[in-house]
Design a protein around this ligand. Structure first.
Ligand SMILES: [Zn+2]
Length: 218
C-alpha cells in the first residue's frame, strides 16, 4: 500500500526486507529508492492502486548503492536513474560485496549513467530537493532535503532511533558522525528514512542520540 503522508508525497513501507520507497508526484513522478527485488510484486501493485503506472515514473533518485534500495528499478522502464558516482560504479559492475547483493537476493542491477552533482537542486515544482553528500554508511550516500516543506529523506544515514551500519565496504564511523552533525544544522520536521518508521516533529533528540552512539565507535 502507498500511504499519502503529505499532499503528493506517498510512502511504501519496506517492511524490513527492503528499503522504504517514497513517491513524489511533482512536475514529474519521482521515486526515492525502489526497495529490494523481493518487494517487486507488492510495490508494483501499491503504485497501481494509488493511481499511478510504473511507466509514468520518470526519475529514480537513489540514496546509495545497496541492493535493498535499487532491487525494483527494473519495474520502471522509462525512469532515468540517478546515484552518486562513487556507489554507482559498483552497481554498474555488479559488485556483490559492495552492493550487499551477496546478502540480498538480486537478479537485476540497473545501469546508471547519470550522477548527482554537488550543489545541484532537483526542482519538482511542489518539491525542491537539495542534495546533501553524507558519506559514512557508504562513501556515496546522499540525503535529500526540502527546506520549504521541512523534509529530510535520509536513506541509511539516519533512522528514527538509529543510523545505518558503517561496517560494509566504504563505510566509516567518523564520516557518518560528521554527516549526521551536518544534519543537526538543518531545520526539518519530517524524517523520511530508508528503513523503519517516519519521525514527525522535533528531530533534535533523535539526532543527538545517534551522534552519541556513533561517537562510541569513532
Ligand atoms: Zn544501505
Amino acid at each position: 500500500m502507498l500511504k499519502e503522508i503529505l499532499p503528493n508525497l506517498f510512502f511504501f513501507d519496506g517492511r524490513g526486507a527492503g528499503s522504504n520507497v517514497f513517491l513524489l508526484a511533482g512536475k514529474k513522478i519521482v521515486l526515492i529508492d525502489s526497495s529490494a527485488e523481493s518487494n517487486a510484486v507488492q510495490l508494483k501493485s501499491a503504485i497501481e492502486k494509488a493511481g499511478f503506472g510504473c511507466g509514468q515514473i520518470a526519475l529514480i533518485l537513489h540514496t546509495h548503492g545497496h541492493a535493498d534500495h535499487f532491487g525494483c528499478d527494473f519495474l520502471f522502464p522509462n525512469a532515468k536513474i540517478l546515484m552518486n558516482k562513487f556507489d554507482a560504479k559498483f552497481v554498474n559492475s555488479r559488485n556483490l560485496e559492495f552492493t550487499a547483493a551477496s546478502m540480498i537476493p538480486t537478479k537485476s542491477f540497473p545501469q546508471i549513467n547519470s550522477f548527482f552533482r554537488k550543489n545541484k537542486i532537483i526542482n519538482l515544482g511542489s518539491f525542491r530537493l537539495e542534495l546533501l553528500f553524507t558519506p559514512g554508511h557508504t562513501k556515496g550516500s546522499i540525503c535529500f532535503f526540502d527546506e520549504k516543506q521541512g523534509l529530510l529523506f535520509s536513506g541509511d544515514t539516519l533512522f528514527n532511533c538509529g543510523f545505518g551500519r558503517f561496517d560494509l565496504p566504504s563505510g566509516n564511523a567518523s564520516e557518518l558522525h560528521s554527516s549526521i552533525q551536518k544534519i543537526l544544522e538543518l531545520k526539518f520536521n519530517l524524517l523520511l528514512p530508508g528503513h523503519g518508521q517516519i519521525l514527525q516533529g522535533s528531530q533534535k533528540n533523535n539526532i543527538l542520540n545517534a551522534l552519541e552512539a556513533i561517537a562510541c565507535f569513532g
